[in-house]
Design a protein around this ligand. Structure first.
Ligand SMILES: C[S@@+](CC[C@H](N)C(=O)[O-])C[C@H]1O[C@@H](n2cnc3c(N)ncnc32)[C@H](O)[C@@H]1O
Length: 227
């Protein structure tokens, strides 16, 4: 069964408390990683940029603030998009409801495509990456932010404790949804390692692929270019 409908329902349910939970859970670091995403995407220089799985719109808004870019923020959760529109009503961002598996855009239109916390939530990350490549111009950049399974080193038991117990507990008290945040833990631990994900980017046809980890190796930003 496809993950899509369940994921959509989950984000529709937590949309109102999503931002607060993010700030607490990441100890206020989440915007720093999004700024790094925007830096890696670079200035679209008059061309269009797509922020896929835009959620409540932070990356899209940073693209506008940083470069004055023309940005489309796209997501399949209407409640997340409504939050985004309310939060950034003063910015000229076009909000678009769509599924990352089938983007409603013609080939080769975007100078950059960014996405935060998308690939863990789809059935076939390779397929989504190929769809992203399709809508990117030649030389266009893709930048992906997501959680990543931590490597088993000395701090692993602490990270495991934080993911297995603290995050679902915070989800229960702050977002009133323990299940959604237990899903975050499960989907992170089962997700590709950063190295495997980089390989998937290359298989989807991207070049200059690289990544950087944050937050004790639990967050990774990957980037690449369409050949
Ligand atoms: C964890 S939120 C991230 C929001 C935002 N990018 C951020 O940095 O906070 C993940 C978002 O991905 C969206 N999403 C998940 N699967 C999707 C899909 N197949 N198509 C479009 N949006 C999707 C969800 O609706 C949700 O808003």
């Amino acid at each position: 069964m496809s993950k899509g409908p369940g994921v959509q329902k989950m984000f529709d349910a937590i949309a109102g408390r999503y931002d607060m939970m993010n700030r607490v859970m990441t100890m206020g670091q989440d915007q720093r990683w999004r700024k790094f995403v925007v830096k890696k995407a670079g200035d679209p220089d008059g061309d269009k940029s797509l922020d896929l799985a835009t959620g409540t719109g932070d990356i899209a808004a940073l693209m506008v603030d940083t470069y004055g870019a023309e940005v489309i923020g796209a997501d399949f959760s209407l409640n997340m998009l409504l939050e985004a529109r309310n939060r950034f009503a003063a910015k000229s961002i076009h909000w678009q409801a769509c599924d990352a598996n089938n983007l409603p855009f013609v080939d080769s239109v975007f100078d950059s495509v960014t996405f935060g916390y998308l690939l863990r939530n789809v059935d076939d990350a390779g397929k989504v990456l190929k769809e992203v490549s399709r809508v990117l111009k030649t030389g266009g950049r893709v930048v992906c932010l997501d959680t990543t399974p931590p490597v088993k080193n000395m701090i692993y038991p602490f990270l495991q404790f934080y993911f297995r117990f603290c995050i679902p507990a915070m989800g229960k008290f702050i977002a009133d949804d323990e299940t959604a945040y237990a899903y975050l833990t499960g989907s992170t631990m089962e997700f590709y390692t950063a190295e495997e994900l980089a390989h998937l980017f290359k298989e989807a046809g991207f070049t200059q692929v690289s990544f950087k980890k944050f937050m004790f190796g639990t967050i990774a930003v990957h980037w690449g270019e369409k050949e």
